[in-house]
Design a protein around this ligand. Structure first.
Ligand SMILES: Cc1cc2nc3c(=O)[nH]c(=O)nc-3n(C[C@H](O)[C@H](O)[C@H](O)COP(=O)(O)OP(=O)(O)OC[C@H]3O[C@@H](n4cnc5c(N)ncnc54)[C@H](O)[C@@H]3O)c2cc1C
Length: 507
């Protein structure tokens, strides 16, 4: 058993974040998905996150250590007061952490403990510490961005890629911790599938474990890797992961318009059931298409109708062409018009960009607005009901919004635009009703963005009290002091009771 404190002692350096207001234990990613401008990138935050990761792990480990030794001394240096649920949502204060740092300095050589930013960078971050293997897998650090990783594979001439594709700035650690997916999920599934072979994790008590070895399969016990997928950093800090890669195949893009969302969805269901080579199939509502025109970065003016963006994939251009022809015939049956299939790679990239720019084009609809991005997911056949009811609700609320959806998975994202506090409050109510509707349709409060703080209150309704209690039991067992991401994921005691779905009229 390797304790983290042991590891750092051997390395002769302990790095802690001095600048962090609530030093260290919050692992970033508040899941408050608001965006203020096109230029705003998550990159800087990501760098800080990865830089602080080592410090965070140590801080948390230290917190556990300090809480334990303090308990023995009858004086708690950390604020570990509990809610009736047994979990608390309080972070250590700056004073708590300063005290803990000084205690750590007493335990070790004082020079071995540092809060220096450069030490944090050197010990907490490695830019290129990953290496493809002959087995189409790769060992990497949690701070690596999936896009950088795929770029690096391309530059090295390795015809493989990691197919989970959430936001461009997302990192492997965050992606695993949210159980992410993206436009490719319809072909490759999600982080909850088989893409993560193992993770190395620092547990709240400082112990470092690796969940399993690198072999493709294992039936040795239950899958402890999965415990950390979607745990939102509440059970441990992932410090390394072995991920599977997929063959990089030629792709192409087509776009087609429909009279309405129902027709588009029915076409998607038939396309999916044909088993043709589809990598992505994305629904963009008429408002998104209008926004793309307003944004003005597209190579064309789009008909402002509900549209499907389809990415074909196949081992040869001929197989792609064949898939495209099958899809062209299917969409005709559902009154699809204007089917446009890219003839060159550049054309395909241009078309796809109009889908990928959803956040920025959406924000262009209301100058100076901010956007609340949220997602829900339902069985595919129920998506039209959800979309219609939600659109109707949004229209009545007076909020401007665009919708894009990973329609092949029944997952859609709404971008709600607001400028004032009043509008923000209206958005909050709209999101609440959207979630209630998704649950009523046998869906989930979040298909991929995660629960975070804002959606904890829906977990009991969605999963049932028994399942939530099981989650809490695991949390309490691994992290009895609730040191890791307190306040995230698990509902508070007063949220841990079933409340029947509300309808828009009584909210
Ligand atoms: C424009 C936009 C589009 C998006 N599209 C998609 C999409 O298509 N699909 C999708 O799935 N998501 C999407 N998202 C959401 C987001 O990209 C994903 O949730 C992503 O997986 C988050 O990764 P991150 O690195 O940003 O994690 P963060 O937001 O930094 O963190 C997420 C959670 O993981 C925890 N965490 C981070 N690193 C670690 C670690 N090493 N160990 C333990 N816990 C850790 C954090 O504490 C936090 O609780 C989108 C977001 C935006 C803004």
């Amino acid at each position: 058993m390797t304790s983290l404190l042991g590891v750092v002692a051997r390395r002769r350096i302990i790095a802690l974040s001095r600048s962090s207001k609530h030093a260290g234990v919050s692992l970033g990613g508040s899941r408050n998905n608001t965006h203020s401008s096109a230029g705003r990138q998550a990159t800087a935050r990501r760098t800080v996150n990865t830089t602080l990761l080592f410090g965070c792990a140590l801080s948390a480990s230290l917190g556990y250590y300090a809480a334990n030794s303090a308990a023995a001394r009858q004086s708690a240096p950390l604020n570990v007061s509990k809610t009736p649920s047994g979990l608390n949502d309080q972070y250590g204060t700056l004073e708590d952490f300063q005290l803990a740092i000084s205690q750590l300095r007493q335990e070790f050589d004082p020079d071995a403990v540092t809060t220096d930013a450069e030490d944090l960078r050197v010990h907490g971050y490695s830019e290129n510490d990953y290496h493809p293997e002959d087995d189409s897998d790769l060992v990497c650090q949690p701070g690596v961005h999936w896009m950088h990783l795929n770029d690096a594979l391309k530059k090295k001439g390795i015809p493989l890629f990691f197919p989970l594709d959430p936001a461009p700035g997302a990192t492997i650690g965050g992606m695993i911790s949210t159980g992410c997916s993206g436009t490719n999920a319809v072909r490759y599934g999600t982080a909850k599938g088989e893409w993560i072979l193992n993770v190395t994790v620092v547990l709240p008590n400082g112990e470092v474990i690796k969940t399993r070895r690198r072999s493709r399969k294992s039936s040795a016990g239950f899958d402890t890797t999965k415990l950390f997928i979607g745990a939102e950093g509440t059970l441990g800090i992932i410090t390394e992961a072995t991920i599977r890669l997929a063959p990089l195949m030629p792709t192409s893009v087509a776009v087609v318009q429909f009279p309405d969302v129902r027709q588009a969805t029915q076409a998607v269901i038939e396309v999916m059931n044909k088993g043709v080579g589809i990598q992505c199939i994305e629904l963009c509502d008429s408002e998104h298409m209008r926004a793309t025109n307003v944004y003005g970065m597209s190579s064309r003016k789009w008909p402002e109708k509900d549209s499907l963006f389809i990415k074909f994939q196949g081992p040869t251009p001929r197989s792609i062409q064949e898939s495209a022809e099958i899809v062209r015939e299917i969409v005709k049956k559902y009154d699809g018009t204007g089917f446009e299939h890219a003839r060159t790679e550049k054309e395909a990239a241009d078309l796809w960009m109009d889908r990928k720019n959803a956040l920025y084009s959406g924000l262009a609809l209301v100058e100076g607005s901010r956007g609340w991005s949220t997602d829900v997911c339902v069985p595919v056949s129920r998506l039209p009901d959800l979309v219609y009811q939600t659109k109707d609700d949004i229209q009545k609320s007076g909020i401007v919004s665009t919708m894009v959806g990973h329609v092949g998975d029944g997952n859609f994202h709404a971008l709600l635009l607001f400028k004032t506090d009043e509008e923000l409050e209206t958005c909050r109510h709209v999101v609440h009703r959207m979630v209630e509707r998704a649950l009523a349709l046998d869906g989930t409060c979040t298909g991929e963005h995660g629960v975070g703080i804002g959606k904890r209150k829906y977990l009991v309704d969605e999963l049932g009290e028994g399942t939530v209690e099981l989650m809490k039991t695991i949390k309490r067992t691994l992290d009895p002091y609730n040191l890791f991401n307190p306040g995230k994921l698990y509902p508070d005691a007063d949220q841990s009771k079933f409340h029947p779905s509300v309808t828009p009229s009584n909210d």
